[in-house]
Design a protein around this ligand. Sequence first.
Ligand SMILES: [Zn+2]
Ligand SMILES: [Zn+2]
Length: 203
Amino acid sequence: MRRYSVDPLEVDTVVLTHLHGDHFAGLPFLFLDGRLVSGRDDPMNVVGPMETGARLRVAMDALFAGSSPENLPFRVRIREYEATRPVTAGEFTVTAFPALHSPGSNPHAIRVEVGGKVVAFSGDSAWTPGLAEASRGADLFICESYTYDTQMPNHLDYKTLLEHRDELGCKRIILTHMGSGMLEKLDQVELETADDGMKVVLG
Ligand SMILES: [Zn+2]
Ligand SMILES: [Zn+2]
């Protein structure tokens, strides 16, 4: 965030798709920044699947012993969603759909509505109709593409995504969560791909 001049104080809501470390274990560091570096006063919303509050507490205590959402100098408001039931946090309305990923991580694809725009994110998921539901009519669908054509459990490959392209009613797709095999084949990929520091403006 520092490298790309993203001010941590501008982040007021974080939406989680599932409880794997590469998707939520940055939060204790974001909180630490708020406490020690940025001088955060404003509340932070965290929206995630069931057990988000409990797992976040465990992660915080493991990484910074004794820390918890309660002893920060700003409020952390945790909202836990259930599939297909919209929840609101600040200006955001979040609707989650079941994803096909490690069950213990409580995986979902999410659909976020804000300012008249819809952004969907697959999180981590093998192909499942929930991805089409989450991205229906979305202005932007951010979708994982872990491999190019190697099918593996719990993750989506680019070729499988292309086979289902017509089922996605979204206006734009940006691929993310790309593994080494996928990154090596970027010159053969027709869809947009994400890059660190990329800023997307929805017109
Ligand atoms: Zn995962
Ligand atoms: Zn992941």
